[in-house]
Design a protein around this ligand. Sequence first.
Ligand SMILES: *[C@@H]1O[C@H](CO)[C@@H](O)[C@H](O)[C@H]1NC(C)=O
Ligand SMILES: *[C@@H]1O[C@H](CO)[C@@H](O)[C@H](O)[C@H]1NC(C)=O
Ligand SMILES: *[C@@H]1O[C@H](CO)[C@@H](O)[C@H](O)[C@H]1NC(C)=O
Ligand SMILES: *[C@@H]1O[C@H](CO)[C@@H](O)[C@H](O)[C@H]1NC(C)=O
Length: 178
Amino acid sequence: MRTTIIIFGVLYLWIAFRLSHNEAIEFKFTNVICQSYNESWFVIHKCRLKAVNRTVNTMNVNSTVLHPANHIGIQVQMLKKANGYKPWLFNFHLDVCRFVKTQYNPFAKMVFNLFKEFTNFNHSCPYMGPQIIDGFYLRWTFLPHTIPSGDYLLSLIWFFDKRPQFITKIYFIYMEDL
Ligand SMILES: *[C@@H]1O[C@H](CO)[C@@H](O)[C@H](O)[C@H]1NC(C)=O
Ligand SMILES: *[C@@H]1O[C@H](CO)[C@@H](O)[C@H](O)[C@H]1NC(C)=O
Ligand SMILES: *[C@@H]1O[C@H](CO)[C@@H](O)[C@H](O)[C@H]1NC(C)=O
Ligand SMILES: *[C@@H]1O[C@H](CO)[C@@H](O)[C@H](O)[C@H]1NC(C)=O
């Protein structure tokens, strides 16, 4: 019991310290690449970053699903830079239609919470028509805990009906400099 209180006390101080030093954490996009493999189903009109200021780059995507997509999957892989990008921590398949109903995957849920307010993705399957991400920027306060400082790549390969349709490669930096 005592130990628990001390641990929580220390955690609390640590969080308070981090909150008062948040300008020392850099968490931002550095590049984004989108590519369609099948332009008769998924068209990308725009996919780019916009520099807002020194600490914030926003991601902006405008794309269209031309026919209803009822079965959507993503191969989600996280990579971290160390002599090129190496697999780091996550590599799994996400069933998107199941996820938007049940949020069954905690990592996907964390990522979704980061960006859902900037998109029109929050609905159940099928997906059809414009798919928009507008002004999405990263906020380290949404992370459950810190991650090692470095350059990361979140690679998403999107499948409709089990066939790859497009990829998104999202590069970001997380740097803690206290
Ligand atoms: C590409 O999209 C078309 C139109 O929706 C679809 O019929 C076809 O199966 C897709 N091709 C592949 C390889 O997924
Ligand atoms: C950068 O822009 C973001 C989003 O508009 C804003 O919240 C933040 O205060 C800005 N930071 C600086 C250093 O201007
Ligand atoms: C997305 O791109 C299409 C095609 O260029 C355009 O008609 C539409 O207005 C764009 N939507 C947004 C929200 O920018
Ligand atoms: C989508 O939005 C609705 C209403 O804002 C909310 O109740 C629901 O939990 C959201 N779903 C997801 C997957 O975030």
